[in-house]
Design a protein. Structure first.
Length: 340
């Protein structure tokens, strides 16, 4: 089996140069040199072996991304799929490789983590109760994504979810809407969905309005759930809706349109994420923008610092959000700004 040294000799470069090219750290490598290295890799049939490196170095450059195994998994959830793409790119630029684990719980993935001796772990979801046990068996840097843990040992990266919900609610209220609905996953008192709902209701409360219980619609973060939410809104007096994710809003738009409603003339809709999808819908979706690439970069920076032992104290990063007004919202019919 060809080795890294064989590739270096065939390309006429150092092993470090080969490693830099293969791991994406090729900013200072000329195009001609990069081409020679890749040609040598192809000609020799060289395959980098992360497991073999782990045995000799007692560590790897592997980062494990663990997400809940459920219907709206990262293979179908548009936000999570986009995040994984950005995470893979940021890790590659930093010299790491991404391993993906769908797990019913963190501990079910622990055996694989130990076998591969991963350098760090990114957790998506609500696994924090199991982290202490995981760390006891596999002590590596861990970063929570979209989780409100305030652990002194676990760093987190989130966005200003409560503020995002508030911006959505305030926008609809300022347009003149008074009967509003909230569409998103069922949630506990702490977490992303709960924070967005709290912000939304805060905006309504400031305006002297209330979110009626029948207008709180539970919907998983999938397109089909948005379609079903439209059925639940049928016949209601709701004129403005906040969805906790763009993909839910996309399904809602389609469902409302199939019922004969015009968006935003009859019902205004606000999403959350500002996925590329938001600007491709008809009408284009008003939404709360979060910087998903920045989330991935923050995760990699935290992990890198912990791996390099530059930081052992938990750091909690909360990134800002902003309202992106497009064409799915307008004042309700009968108001001064709406059309009769």
């Amino acid at each position: 089996m060809p080795t890294l040294q064989d590739v270096a000799a065939a390309a006429g470069v150092t092993k470090m140069t080969v490693s830099n090219v293969l791991n994406g750290r090729d900013g200072k490598v000329s195009a001609a040199t990069k081409a020679r290295v890749l040609a040598a890799v192809t000609q020799l049939g060289y395959v980098p072996n992360a497991a073999a490196r782990a045995l000799t170095m007692n560590r790897t450059n592997l980062i494990s991304f663990i997400y809940p195994r459920q219907e709206d998994s990262s293979l179908t959830n548009a936000h999570d799929a986009l995040f994984m793409g950005y995470l893979e790119e940021a890790l590659r630029q930093a010299g790491y490789l991404l391993m993906i684990h769908a797990a019913t719980d963190v501990l079910s993935a622990a055996t694989r983590l130990r076998a591969w001796n991963v350098a760090g772990v990114v957790l998506l979801g609500t696994f924090q109760d199991e982290v202490a046990e995981l760390r006891a068996t596999h002590d590596v840097p861990i970063v929570f994504l979209d989780n409100y843990s305030q652990s002194a040992q676990i760093s987190t990266v989130t966005v200003a979810d409560e503020e995002g919900g508030y911006l959505a609610g305030r926008h609809l209220v300022e347009l003149g809407h008074t009967t509003l609905a909230f569409v998103g996953p069922a949630s506990d008192t702490v977490g992303v969905v709960a924070a967005r709902r709290q912000g939304f209701t805060r905006a309504l409360t400031e305006a002297g309005l209330a979110l009626a219980e029948p207008h709180i619609i539970h919907a998983d973060t999938v397109f089909a759930a948005g379609l079903q939410a439209a059925d639940q809104l049928a016949g209601s007096a709701v004129t403005g809706v906040f969805c906790t994710a763009d993909i839910i809003a996309a399904g809602l738009l389609k469902g409302l349109q199939e019922q004969g409603h015009q968006v935003p003339k009859d019902i205004s809709v606000v999403g959350f994420d500002d996925l590329p999808l938001a600007a491709q819908l008809l009408p284009e979706l008003t939404t709360i923008r979060q910087d998903i690439a920045a989330k991935a970069n923050a995760v990699v920076e935290l992990l890198g610092n912990q791996i390099a032992a530059e930081s052992t104290t938990a750091i909690h990063i909360r990134l800002p959000v902003e309202l992106r007004i497009r064409h799915s919202t307008q004042p309700p019919l009968g108001s001064n700004g709406g059309q009769a």
